[in-house]
Design a protein around this ligand. Structure first.
Ligand SMILES: [Zn+2]
Length: 43
């Protein structure tokens, strides 16, 4: 049985950056709890 990935993600709460509170792109979730901007600031 196939489940649409769009449907699957729509059931999840939006992930927010732990620093600035921006919603983090789901594609990016493997890296950290921070958005691309904050993550690049750290390094
Ligand atoms: Zn951020």
């Amino acid at each position: 049985m196939l489940m649409s990935s769009t449907e699957f993600f729509s059931n999840l709460p939006p992930k927010e950056c732990s620093r600035c509170g921006e919603v983090v792109d789901e594609m990016h979730e493997c890296y950290s709890n921070e958005c691309l901007e904050c993550e690049s600031e750290i390094r």
